[in-house]
Design a protein around this ligand. Sequence first.
Ligand SMILES: Cc1ncc(CO)c(N)n1
Length: 230
Amino acid sequence: MSGASLRGERPGFTGTLWREIQPVYAEIISHPFLRGLTDGSLPKERFRYYVVQDALYLREYARALSLVGVRSRDEESLLMFNAHSLGAITVERSLHDGFLKDLGLGPHDLARARMSPTTLAYTSYLIKTAATASYPEALCAVLPCYWIYAEVGRDLSGESSPEPMYDKWIQTYGGEDFNALVDAVLDTADRVLQDATSRQRETATRTFLTTSRYEYMFWDAGWRLETWPV
Ligand SMILES: Cc1ncc(CO)c(N)n1
């Protein structure tokens, strides 16, 4: 489905989910962090902060994906989520030799880095939900991480950034490979939510909204160089 949007026209429950977070996505795509990535004006310090937090995030996201894999009901889903867990760690490691290196950061800097309040809250919520909620809710908790990045990648990839480092970031998530992977997860989500109870669907929708809000907060934390207040 080259270039086709994954969102609006999706017929199943995931289409409903996307409509639920439209206002959140509108805030994300117009956020100064993403505007700055696109026009190249984002201060390097803020990108550096974001990349370090993202490395810390991806380690926990990988765990959440493996947990969702364990909770899944068929072998294909188990394989898929664990493959994506492996993928998240691979991306995390490639940050070390890629963006982090380009930004002048080495392994020691990362070892010393601590999670921001937002990174800690987001990852803790992901792990809690993946471990203890119903499978449909666990699946919906991890969905925005995939889906919002694919949509952001698509929306930004039309406008190549004058800053090569930012352009490389945009191409990572705007690429066809990432798109296809997200599409497969969305199809899985549609099947799972169709079989869920209406109560589970309601809870899963709230959770999807919550992690979408955390996605917004993650960009915003980068923009504000968020620190612990005490
Ligand atoms: C915060 C965050 N959400 C989603 C992704 C994409 O998997 C990422 N790298 N970081």
